[in-house]
Design a protein. Sequence first.
Length: 267
Amino acid sequence: MEIRYLNGGYCRQLLAMADRRTWRIGEFQAVFLAVAHPRHGWVLIDTGYGTSFAAATRRWPRCLYRWVTPVVTREPTAEILRTHGIEPTDIRHIVLTHFHADHIGGTREFPAATFHHATEALAPLLALSAFAQTRHAFLPAQLPDDFAARANPISLAQFRPDPVTGFSGHNLFGDGSITLLQLPGHAPGHLGVRLADAHGRLLYAADAFWHHRQIEEKISPFLLARIVIHDNRAYDATVASLRELQRAGTCRIVACHCPATQALVSR
C-alpha cells in the first residue's frame, strides 16, 4: 500500500523532554499518515492538530494546555490532504491511535468518516474533570458533535497476539492490511498500527516513543516529560519491546514526533 506521511502542525517544547540531548527549544511535528487501501481508498491514521486547537483552548482550564505547550497550526488537515492530491470527501475511515489533541484535531473536517479507536482510549478521558482532561492532553471540543454515532470503538479484549510483532493486535478490515496494535503506556488505550508498504513491514508506533534514540540507545525521557505519560511502567515495557523488535529487524519502526520520521514526510 502507498503510505504518505504528512505534517499536521507542531508544538514548541524543550528537546530534552524526549531524549535529554539539549535544553534548546525545538519543534515536535504532529505527523499523521494517509494510507491507500485497495478497497476502502485513503485511510487516515490520526489527523494532526487541524485548526480546532485554538478554539478548544480559549477558556480556563483548557488554556493551560496552550500556555504550557505552544502550538503552531498553519492550515486545516483537509487542506493538507488536498495539497497532496487527496480529496477529503473521499475519506471514509480514520484510525485514532489515542485522543491527545495533536492526533484528533482534524476530526471535525471529515463528516463522512468512521472513527476506529480502542474503547478504553476514550471512556476514561470522558469521565475526567475539565482540569484533568487538560492535564491528559484531551480537548473534547475537538471531536465532532456526532462522534459517538460515527465511532467504531474496539475493546482491547478483542485483540489477539500478533504473530509478526508479538504485541496484541486487531485486524481492522479482516484482510491483514491494517493491524491495530496495543502499545500501552503513553495514553489510555494507546495504539500503534502495523502496515505494509513497498519496503516491507512497517510499524507506526504513534507516541510510544518520541525519539529514535529511545529504542536505539536506551535513552529515557526527561523526568518532567513523564508527568504526561499515562502509565510509566507500561510505557517503559512497550519501549523495551519495540527495542527488541528493532534489533530483530522484523519491522521498520517510525513514531509520530521522531525527527527521523521527517525524512519520510511528503513535500
